[in-house]
Ligand binder design. Sequence first.
Ligand code: BGC
Length: 748
Amino acid sequence: MSENTIPSVNDLTLEEKASLTSGGDAWHLQGVEDKGIPGYMITDGPHGLRKSLASETGATDLNDSVPATCFPPAAGLASSWNPELIHQVGEAMAEECIQEKVAVILGPGVNIKRNPLGGRCFEYWSEDPYLAGHTAVGIVSGVQSKGVGTSLKHFAVNNQETDRLRISANVSQRALREIYFPAFEHIVKTAQPWTIMCAYNQINGVHASQNHWLLTEVLRDEWGFEGIVMSDWGAVHDRAAALNAGLNLEMPPSFTDDTIVYAAREGRIAPEQLDQMAQGMVDLANKSRAAMSIDGYRFDVDAHHEVARQAAIESMVLLKNDDAILPLNPAANIAVIGEFARTPRYQGGGSSHITPTKMTSFLDTLAERGVAASFAPGFTLDLNEQDPALASEAVETAKGADAVLMFLGLPEAAESEGFDRETLDIPAKQVALLEAVVAENPNVVVVLSNGSVVTVHPWANNAKGILESWLLGQAGGGALADVIFGEVSPSGKLAQSVPMDINDDPSMLNWPGEEGHVDYGEGVFVGYRYYDTYGKAVDYPFGFGLSYASFELSDVAVSKTGANTASVSVKVTNTSDVDAAETVQVYVAPGKAEVARPKHELKGFKKVFLKAGESASVTIDLDERAFAYWSERFNDWHVEAGEYAIEVGTSSRDIAATGVVVLDGDGKALPLTEWSTFGEWHSDPIGGPIVEAMRAKGETGELAKLPDNDMMTMFLNSMPINSLTTLLGEPGKAITNFLLDEYAKVAK
Ligand code: BGC
């Protein structure tokens, strides 16, 4: 085959097709080199490149990889609410892939943070599917704009580490459609990731890797996915079943390509199915070819560090700032306490662990900037008991300082891929140290380092300021100094609610499951959808984040743009003398609904950078989906007619103004049957007039007259019409028959 010929599956033997459906080794596709299909490299992801130093041999060593820029993990990036910035992160990651000859980077992971104890919450985006999809899409579009592929993972419903390889996540269709799928759906429909990685777990009793409904009916047939599906590492248990379900690639290989050949020969895999799965792999190689043919490319290490720094700046969320304690004057007498200031926790543990190109701690940054601050580590980054000497040294250091920066958080041993956390609290020795320091010096700002939310409730009163910095990647030291000293205002917003207590979380009743399954009993009421609907107090609500500036939202106007669509515009003004960014958030609050709906849901957002005193107009369009719920009766999205409130604010609990639209509804109606209630007949567009005709016959005596007192009407309305004899005796039958006969004449 000439080099310029693009190969297709028609050029391949059965054995070659089978071989394409598994990897060559843990980090390479299996090529058919003599037919022009290279075995390109694919590797982690998701917030930078983890190319294992031993990867040319297919070996795995989580902590030994080529240097690559460590960007903030998703918990931080999502808090930026800035898809354009995230797109830049994606572009930079792709350049590093090109240098390292990696065709596909394994990420982003957009599973929902169902419960903040989930071990991988640090590398997942949000408790909200709209935010997760509309931020993570930047990684996919950014990486792929440079000719490198992404792998959107872990499809689907991978929300915990406990028993992750086997557990069945038992979830209602509605929660799947409204909570666990939309981030995947949005990214597939708008950015076409080249690959998707299926999850380890089962969904309603079927492993994701063998789930035809998931991988073929939903992903390809409904959403139009054009790329390939690969397995998570070791998620395939029956290769033929997986291939039949729509899985193109088993990773890493189980060296069982012959089983696919036999299955095809024996008719257990249809020839067209094998061809389709193998053609996907050929297409992936073809798509990768251009970028993988670039030789000698070197990415700009400093420029990428700057991207990481900007991303880190926007990842931070200022939760509390009493007495405007931040920003600090670098010339002040500052005490820095906490080992994290010297030994930052800047990324999470597990398969995403990167070897950074550079690393600057907060203390290094202070030294670089000539800021003279005193330092005490205060505690060790292990889960051992407190060392009293470290505590007293820290308290001494805090004495007399103008301000104390306390770096607290979760050490790596407390949070990683592979296990779920058992508590939402930071280690007790850190809380005790904070109390001891505050007793000496009340001017304390806590800087938190953690991948997923921690409780602040037990100690928040002790701190004048709280800066949630998540895990900031390799440029976190400089970014922290930029924010703490006021060179730039914090602008992050929470992508995850901060509950007062983990037992307030709606999933706790079913966490982390038992006997091989976990029931998602909270349904669609995840995170703020529960807290806000049921009026549960939280420490900091979803979408919350302070700034050094102040903003005003005004001139909110809501207009209907179609039968079931709307548009909302708002003026945002920076009313301070500080340049900063604000994120306008739009929540849709349905009126009375046929099903239990969350009080409101995020359906649009826009981050705007405004110079001091500047204003900008923001317009956000709301499509039909923004108002819909997944109806299990219709097995489809459904928009009910009626009033919807459109809330414009700066967090789920700071709503500046609310407008109302009255939608026509999508007109979907279920066919009426003898099992439909009298009330359902009455309110149906076809059934209603038939009921009226029946009443008229009651007046003329042709049919029985219905009782007209309130109590009886209430009973009647909730009765299936095949039970009318209970209330009306024998004449009830004639009414039932009349309704059904008339309906049969007019309804299709
Ligand atoms: C993780 C994936 C990762 C893969 C390869 C798995 O254990 O779940 O996210 O991409 O390993 O390292």
